[in-house]
Design a protein around this ligand. Sequence first.
Ligand SMILES: Nc1ncnc2c1ncn2[C@@H]1O[C@H](COP(=O)(O)OP(=O)(O)O)[C@@H](O)[C@H]1O
Ligand SMILES: [Mg+2]
Length: 280
Amino acid sequence: MLEIRDVTRRFGKNIAVNGVALEIPQGQMVGIIGRSGAGKSTLLRMINRLIDPSQGSIFFDGSEVSALRGSTLRRWQRDCAMIFQQFNLVPRLDVLTNVLLGRLNHRSTALNLLSIFSREERAQAIAALERLDIARTALQAAGTLSGGQQQRVAIARALMQQPRMILADEPIASLDPLNAKVVMDALQDINLREGITVITNLHTLDTARAYCSRIIGMAGGKVVFDGAPEELTRDAVRMVYGADGDGSEISEAITSTSIRVHKPKLPASAGPLQPALERL
Ligand SMILES: Nc1ncnc2c1ncn2[C@@H]1O[C@H](COP(=O)(O)OP(=O)(O)O)[C@@H](O)[C@H]1O
Ligand SMILES: [Mg+2]
């Protein structure tokens, strides 16, 4: 269980995260939604300790994450793997080596400096790539892959950390709809099969609805919605995203760019292809 206890983060006078309290049981798939600037990334980065809270504390299974130092902090950062919008791979290194980098926190500094990976670690890395259906790219430079493939490499690297939690910051924001679906399906599969908690910031409402059992809506640094997708009514959506400047309702289309694959709305007749593609 992850517990976020009244956490606030300030940047100068700006309050990025404002008194957030959440309890996230192990194994949940949680989507965090909200406008740009709502504090979503700052919250994720505090969980992983990329940045520290200004106030409040974070606990995991009873121990205070926000107080960890040195090797226990590194162990925590291994336990909660991060996935980023821009993949954060080393583009000139081959895919296999990028995935093996997920092991670094498990090993001694000397072994890391020598870049020696055991046969077992290599087999594990190949298995992770196979699971994500990209083993054939193992020897290619990561930078030559498509965005969707790169994000799958990043997920394979995360799996190599054998994490208890995956924190994904807008993992599909740079991907086309089909790759977005492949990546979200992979995260869902890891969540369901391994019981790894997945907390993911999402810029589209429909993706959060389709994949997450719990949706957290943030606005102005605060949690303004926390519930199941069915509970996310129009009014709740308006609280999260706000009404448009002229008072007109925010259209779900604004917050939805991508995954229609779960509920395909393709025309029954073999109509022109272009409108159907636009709807994807
Ligand atoms: N490193 C930083 N330095 C200064 N301000 C920051 C920094 N990171 C985030 N902020 C500010 O904190 C607020 C929340 O940002 P962020 O967490 O990135 O929101 P989101 O991910 O929801 O778009 C924004 O106003 C942003 O400008
Ligand atoms: Mg962000």
